[in-house]
Design a binder for this molecule. Sequence first.
Ligand SMILES: C[S@@+](CC[C@H](N)C(=O)[O-])C[C@H]1O[C@@H](n2cnc3c(N)ncnc32)[C@H](O)[C@@H]1O
Length: 445
Amino acid sequence: MDMSTSIGDQKDSEDELHDTIEIEGDIDPSFDIPNQSRILIKSNDQSYLTHGIHKFPAKFFPELPRYLVRKYSRFGDIVLDPMCGSGTVVLEAMLNDRIGIGIDIDPIARLITKVKTTPLEPNMLTTSAQALLEQIHTLDARVDYNPQIPEFHYRDKWFRSFVLRELAIIHDSIEILLLRNMDSPEWRRINQFFRVILSSIVRDMSNADPHCTRTVLRKNVVKTILVGDTYTRFSETLLHQCSSMSEFYEVAKSLSIKDIRLPRGTALDTGLDDESIDLALTSPPYINAVDYTRTHQLEMYWLGFFDDGPLSQVKRKYIGTETVYKTEYSDLKISGFETLDPILEKIFNQDPRRSFIVYKFFEDMKLQLDEMYRVLKPGSRYCIAIGNNLIRGVEVPSDKILSEVATSAIGFELERCFFSKLIRHFIRIPRPERMMGEWILVLKK
Ligand SMILES: C[S@@+](CC[C@H](N)C(=O)[O-])C[C@H]1O[C@@H](n2cnc3c(N)ncnc32)[C@H](O)[C@@H]1O
């Protein structure tokens, strides 16, 4: 671990220039990050083992949850991430011999987390991957073969026709191999792995703007995608991830605890027992920043995940949802929190709908904090990574608001907070915001 005061970059704001503790790689758990300090983690590990299997918006760098897991829990403890996204915390809990529990409302998130934390035997995986590539080749060679291309809105704008055919042949081949091996539990796990690899290339093979988190088409963004590129990308990704999975398998052999749980439920209603959790650790969605169903819509279509009813109903269940009704925001909503109400009023004067979205985010987070207080053992921690936002020109200090909610309404003690500057690669937001990073609140029950 190298800790030094950062000299910074001339373009950074004055605040960001001073007193930043720079950390290269792992943070020693015996180190107490000073209260109110700023840290900059230079990650070495973003693709370590299975961490890099799939992109995910606002994904943790593994070093931060690794430090918090090691610092605030012990061998054999139960670590929960109630909004686990792509499962960074759950994998780190596993790698550190803790029992990891991950909950997420998003089916893609659950699938990635499951695959990321399920070691697959390398010989069988390699043989299966080879069989899959052969099956794809066989189907592609049959000019009369009509693959099952899913139906969805604007499908032919999102994808070129030859890409649709190639993706569908990959999808069909994965399913054909599963049908042939239905009786083997190991094969079902390999099937999930293949599905994640397919999902991981869908966005890049579509016509969507690759630089935008949301899935959007832009007239001025024309990608070069040639016939056969989808197969090449799939096979390269597959072979690369097979090798990462094999490394994970070797590491997992030496772990004493391989107990991962991915119960259904939501962050507000986990279904977990009272006082059963030793550490909770999460990064909630940013208010106003990432619409997860829209971000993953193309992957959801290809994986057949849109059976749960209309998109708007699915979206409303997400914390930070922007799917709100006019009747809900006709009047200014008051929360009763000193740090929040003046902000709601300022935003309301410009945009009542946005004001309600912010109000609803913190109302949901209040319920979420309450749920964590219920499931945590006395004396244990809830660590939350939360970024601040600028909404209609009004700064929303989410860290201060959440601290007030957690301490005054729920009963947590704010043990420590520090600011973690992270450079996020997948979210394209203006540079000053990209450098801003997020606050880590360590709440103690
Ligand atoms: C910032 S992401 C988490 C990223 C994660 N830390 C990682 O490393 O990949 C926030 C997650 O919260 C999830 N989420 C939003 N509302 C939820 C709810 N009501 N219950 C459970 N998860 C929810 C979203 O689906 C999303 O995956």
